[in-house]
Design a protein around this ligand. Structure first.
Ligand code: HEC
Length: 317
């Protein structure tokens, strides 16, 4: 019986380990379970587990029924022999007795000590076996622990384990970065791009509380922020300069440093959006502030049409 239980247990474990291995190898099982190649195996494992559980429940019931029959038979025999029926101790009560080894109240006289403290007597009880074995267990554990952690260095101590996990995490982070390279945004080499997708993203960042509150959603400016659509700039109208202003802000004048709270991508996108506002000339825009911006050299390529427009606008002034 016990051997059979062990066999079943080991089977469950190996199946479980197998399922885990494959789950790790193909982490995308839940993305599309129906078409996953391992689905039949998982279903089989699940089915076997269900069957094992059901068999276990039925077995428990059977054991109970057999117990009941045995008790009934014992009762009948006691009646036949004319002796009182004394129920046999159950497995559980036997176990509890073994673990506690407590002396029944009727036998306490035997273990009473001679000490008598003002009428309070002392019993010479043993430590309960469960406690003793727990204690021996801690001693055995301590020996194993010292050997494993301090003498043989089989397992790492906390600090070493921490370092190892850090190294592992760094390694994983490095791999992740390598697998999805982030575009580097370098202010000194930033070039305006008329990519509508980026400009739309920039617009979403610009509108509302971020920028619109001080520059108006159309960039026309209000009492706080300057007009961003004209050709006059306080801090330069080159894409690199605008990016620089947005990222680092002009904090003493009330323009926040957005590089602290936005990703470099967002700062770039909003910069492109601001550049795209050039020459839009919204109604009731704020008057010019700063200097007329004249780009020194304009690198024109297919993506810089808007800068080209602003240059044309400048040329016609
Ligand atoms: C709290 C108000 C406020 C908010 C919010 C704000 N700005 Fe400004 N911004 C200003 C002020 C004030 C200035 C003028 C700074 C100066 O006088 O030097 C300015 C200047 C600028 C300039 C430079 C203009 C020039 O003439 O050189 C740009 C570009 C700019 N802001 C873009 C943005 C963007 C993009 C956002 C949103 C991400 C934003 N601002 C959010 C107040 C604000």
């Amino acid at each position: 019986m016990r051997r059979a239980a062990l066999l079943i247990l080991s089977m469950i474990y190996t199946l479980g380990a197998f399922a885990q291995d494959t789950a790790q190898a193909q982490a995308t099982f839940w993305d599309d379970p129906v078409n996953h190649p391992m689905l039949p195996v998982y279903l089989l494992v699940f089915f076997i587990l269900v069957v094992i559980t059901l068999v276990g429940i039925v077995a428990l019931y059977l054991v109970q029924v057999i117990n009941m029959l045995v008790v009934e038979a014992d009762k009948a025999r006691a009646l036949r022999l004319g002796v009182p029926y004394i129920p046999k101790p159950t497995l559980w009560s036997k176990l509890v007795q073994q673990l506690n080894a407590s002396v029944p109240v009727e036998e306490e006289k035997d273990i009473e000590l001679d000490h008598n403290y003002d009428g309070i007597k002392e019993l010479d009880n043993h430590l309960p076996p469960w406690w003793k074995w727990l204690f021996y267990g801690t001693i055995a554990y301590a020996i194993v622990y010292i050997v494993v952690f301090h003498f043989s260095d089989t397992l790492p101590l906390q600090e070493k384990e921490y370092q190892q996990e850090l190294a592992l995490a760094e390694e994983q982070a490095r791999k992740l970065k390598a697998s999805q390279p982030q575009e580097e945004i370098d202010e000194s080499t930033l070039v305006f791009s008329n990519d509508q997708a980026l400009i739309e993203k920039g617009k979403a960042v610009f509108n509302g509380n971020n920028c619109g509150a001080c520059h108006r959603n159309d960039g026309g400016g209000n009492t706080i922020g300057p007009n961003l659509t004209d050709l006059y700039w306080l801090h330069g109208g080159d894409v690199k300069q605008v990016f620089h202003t947005i990222r680092n802000g002009v904090v003493e004048k009330g323009m926040p440093a957005w590089g602290k709270s936005m990703s470099p991508q967002d700062v770039r996108n909003v910069t492109f959006f601001v550049m795209s506002l050039q020459g839009t000339n919204p109604a009731n825009g704020k008057g010019p502030q700063g200097d007329l911006f004249k780009p020194a050299t304009v690198e024109l390529d297919s993506t810089t049409t808007i800068v080209a427009d602003s240059v044309k606008a400048q040329a016609s002034l």
